[in-house]
Design a protein around this ligand. Structure first.
Ligand code: ASP
Length: 463
């Protein structure tokens, strides 16, 4: 007999079906037992007598007849509430032990270490299942939308060289060239710009970005996902309009119950945001308790530089005066080019931040495509000759015909967190790292064997 999905049982009243799934609950009423069976499509009540012994969360297979419930026993809370299964056979495929954590509630109160250790169980929680499934719908929508709008999806390397975005790099030792290291990309920034030199014109990728920086509620430790995009022959206006259209259509299609507070999205200068709201990611919601209000806005006219601080590892940790406020490939505002010489602190960048309900959910810019301007920026951020050499390939590439280009990279985790009203990005990731940097289930980082280290030419300092 073929398997029927729970959702399809409604079409099979008075017929015999076979269902497979998990035992959500068991209610034992003496001789009669009620089992709620759950599969990926829903949940259904099954009734039977003299059944094999089973525990909650076991995997079972049942055969039985779909019957209508008497009117007064209808459960309006579930799609299959008007019917139930009269079990004839129950086969226990895999008996579950008692679970180490409850999975019926929303789980916010449970210790993070436990939730992460047993993430595969935590994901059975309806809230988590739903979050992960909606995330998949969102990525599918975005992929289709971009493909229909002439974008090409292109993967870029993970084992690469540093691409600074203001965080520490993760390094991977090379076995073939001992003593040398790859860096995991903090973003595909250089590769995507080089794809514009390659003539791809419109690129996107769901890109994994790796940054060794302290975790926060809106930032997972280690890695996160961006919808990375780059376009040629565009101005900032084109990028803003495209992103605004794409996300507005996404909300309409996947979150029809949500309302975008203002369209077109308000545009606020960095200065105004700071003065009026005290930060550069203002929360413009009228009613912050309303889960269906979406207040998108753009923050523009950022200063191109910030004063270099100890945190600017890549740029010399405070040894030079300036650090890029976005990244060093961001174009200065054309009206401010002469200020680069006289008053760099006043130069505005062609940067744009996309903000949703007080979270920065994306950033991007028009890029520098003139090697001379790029050289000037390198100088202002205090790059040594050696540091400059690391980006020689960009300057070189720009001498072979580079289109004007720019892009944006909305953070998928943060967008999902905002739109689902979750308190942390970890609630929308299948396998997040914990706040102490430990991975889910597999428990990395961990020690490695002496042999492996030897092969890599690495000695670990015992202290
Ligand atoms: N690479 C940038 C970032 O990660 C985004 C961009 O400029 O497109 O913030």
């Amino acid at each position: 007999m073929q398997r029927t999905l729970v959702v399809d049982t409604i079409k099979n009243v008075d017929e015999k079906v076979k269902l497979e799934g998990w035992v959500s609950t068991i209610r034992d009423h003496g001789k009669i037992t009620f089992i709620d069976l759950r599969d990926r499509t829903g949940i259904i009540q099954c009734v039977g007598t003299n059944l094999a012994k089973v525990t909650t969360e076991s995997v079972i297979e049942i055969e039985g007849k779909v019957v209508k419930r008497p009117e007064k026993l209808v459960n309006a809370n579930i799609d299959t509430g008007k019917i139930e299964i009269q079990m004839e056979k129950l086969n226990v495929i895999s008996l579950a032990q008692e679970l180490p954590l409850p999975i019926d509630g929303d789980g916010y109160e449970i210790d993070e270490e436990i939730r992460n250790k047993y993430r595969y169980l935590d994901l059975r929680r309806p809230r988590m299942t739903r979050n992960i499934r909606i995330r998949s719908k969102v990525t599918q929508f975005l992929r289709n939308w971009l493909t229909n709008n002439d974008f090409v999806e292109i993967e870029t390397p993970i084992l690469t060289k540093t691409t600074p975005e203001g965080a520490r790099d993760f390094l991977v030792p090379s076995r073939l060239q001992q003593g040398k290291f790859y860096a995991l990309p903090q973003s595909p920034q250089q590769y995507k710009q080089l794809l514009m030199v390659a003539g791809m014109e419109r690129y996107f990728q769901f890109a994994r970005c790796f940054r060794d920086e302290d975790p926060r509620k809106d930032r997972a430790y280690g890695e996160f996902t961006q919808l990375d995009m780059e376009m040629s022959f565009v101005e900032q206006e084109d990028i803003l309009n495209l992103a605004e259209k794409m996300f507005s259509e996404l909300v309409k299609e996947i979150f029809p119950e949500k309302k975008i507070f203002q369209s077109p999205w308000p545009r606020i200068s960095h200065k105004e945001a700071k003065e009026k709201y005290g930060n550069d990611k203002p929360d413009l919601r009228k009613d912050k308790n309303d889960p269906n209000e979406l207040a998108f806005c753009w923050v523009l006219d950022f200063p191109l530089f910030t004063e270099q601080s100890k945190e600017d590892f890549f740029y010399g940790s405070g040894q030079a005066k300036w650090a890029p406020s976005h990244h060093m490939f961001t174009s200065p505002h054309p009206d401010d080019l002469n200020l680069l010489e006289t008053d760099p602190g006043k130069v505005r960048g062609l940067q744009h931040d996309m903000v949703l309900n007080g979270l920065e959910v994306g950033g991007g810019s028009i890029r520098i495509s003139d090697p001379k301007v790029q050289e000037k920026i390198f100088k202002l951020i205090g790059f040594s000759e050696k540091q400059k050499d690391q980006f020689e390939h960009m300057l070189k590439a720009f001498t072979f015909g580079v289109p004007p280009h720019g892009g944006i990279a909305p953070g998928l985790d943060r967008f999902m967190m905002a739109i689902l009203n979750e308190p942390s990005v970890r609630e929308v990731m299948a396998y997040p790292t914990s706040s102490s940097g430990q991975t889910s289930v597999l428990d990395a980082p961990s020690e490695t064997s002496k042999d492996q280290l030897k092969e890599l030419g690495i000695k670990v300092n015992e202290n």
